[in-house]
Design a protein around this ligand. Structure first.
Ligand code: SAM
Length: 331
């Protein structure tokens, strides 16, 4: 199997595929209040575009394709998309990132169609606070979605919590207990300065050290560090001793983990983004809608990966990061 290696020697084997810019939640740190995606059906990649692009990536050595958004479960045909992707030869891992509002309805069908595991975003267990953070979300639906994913046999199931001072730092302990009780994994994410909403949310930023201090105190040190696999991505992970759960921290701001970056991102409109914290992108939608052959498009992808930046620039030039909202990129 060929490998996609960038000029810094990193093997790129992971594609994060956003399938819609629309979301049924409006988390305050993810998108500006007044932001509404203006993309129409014809602006986004069709099923055929997605299938061809994923096939070309797989032929280049990509093995993992994560479905994200916006909220992927609101894209019509989500089950068909999952099935198309998971049947591409070479694609062996098709995880989903979702807010789980609609997961109760889809968990079983998605699992049957190749979605083996799921990351669920959940920043509070208190109904009123959850509704405020998401600007309209319903925690009860999310919990039903988590239970449906467990019942469907998705594994692992990870809940992703964006840890924010003065917002949900008082719930770190209860969220850990919730994950342990459900027998699922939990990861805390630092706020990242993506788009205006993300830059403003830095005011509530908690560092990896602060999050870890709270975790350690709550679990009284019952943590065994896990050796990261290359596929773990940018998280420090621990086993919570005596439970089925693992716990992790994704510290994009406190730490530069760019030397292990193994991923690229494709937006719903078909822009290939080479680094979450930089602006470079090329349009693969234009490429698949042109007369270019498969081999020519693969060469375009290889050339783009060769331009993948060495690292993000979160720390130094926050103001220079474009106002692409996280909801458009897919996390
Ligand atoms: N709707 C899906 C979901 O809720 O997981 C997928 C898209 S969402 C943009 C992907 C992830 O990005 C979520 O876990 C969300 O919490 C995270 N996210 C969004 N904005 C962020 C920010 N400014 N800093 C850190 N994480 C962010």
């Amino acid at each position: 199997m060929p490998k996609l290696i960038d000029k810094f020697g990193r093997e790129i084997n992971y594609l994060r595929l956003s399938i819609t810019e629309h979301c049924n939640y409006r988390c305050f740190y993810c998108r500006d209040d007044e932001y509404t995606p203006n993309c129409k059906r014809e602006d986004i990649l069709s099923y055929e575009d997605i299938q061809r692009i994923v096939r070309l990536f797989a032929e280049l050595g990509i093995t993992k394709v994560r479905l994200t958004g916006g909220e992927p479960l609101i894209r019509r045909g989500i089950v068909k998309i999952a099935s198309l992707i998971s049947s591409v030869p070479g694609i062996t891992d098709v995880p989903l990132s979702t807010n789980a509002h609609l997961l109760e309805k889809f968990a079983h069908k998605l699992h049957k169609n190749g979605v083996n595991r799921v990351n669920i975003s959940i920043d509070s267990l208190i109904a009123k606070k959850f509704e405020e953070i998401t600007r309209g979300g319903d925690i009860n639906e999310v919990i039903k979605g988590i239970d449906a994913a467990i019942a469907a046999g998705m594994n692992p199931i990870k809940i992703n919590v964006v840890a924010m001072r003065g917002v949900n730092d008082d719930e770190i302990e209860s969220m850990i207990d919730f994950a342990i009780e459900k027998g699922i994994d939990i990861r805390f994410i630092e706020t990242m300065p993506i788009g205006n909403a993300g830059i403003e949310a830095l005011a509530q930023h908690m560092s990896e050290q602060d999050i870890l201090a709270k975790i350690t105190q709550h679990l009284e040190g019952r943590l065994t560090p896990l050796i990261s696999k290359k596929t773990d991505g940018p998280a420090s992970n621990f086993k919570i001793d005596g439970t089925k759960s693992t716990i992790g921290i994704i510290s994009a701001v406190s730490n530069h983990f760019c030397d292990t970056c193994n991923r690229v991102r494709l937006t719903a409109k078909g822009d290939l983004i080479l680094c979450l914290g930089q602006e470079d992108s090329i349009s693969l939608k234009d490429a698949v809608h042109s007369d270019l052959s498969d081999e020519e498009i693969k060469q375009l992808i290889i050339n783009a990966i060769n331009k993948k930046p060495e690292k993000h620039v979160f720390n130094s030039v926050v103001d220079n990061i474009s106002n692409r909202q996280m909801v458009e990129i897919g996390g």
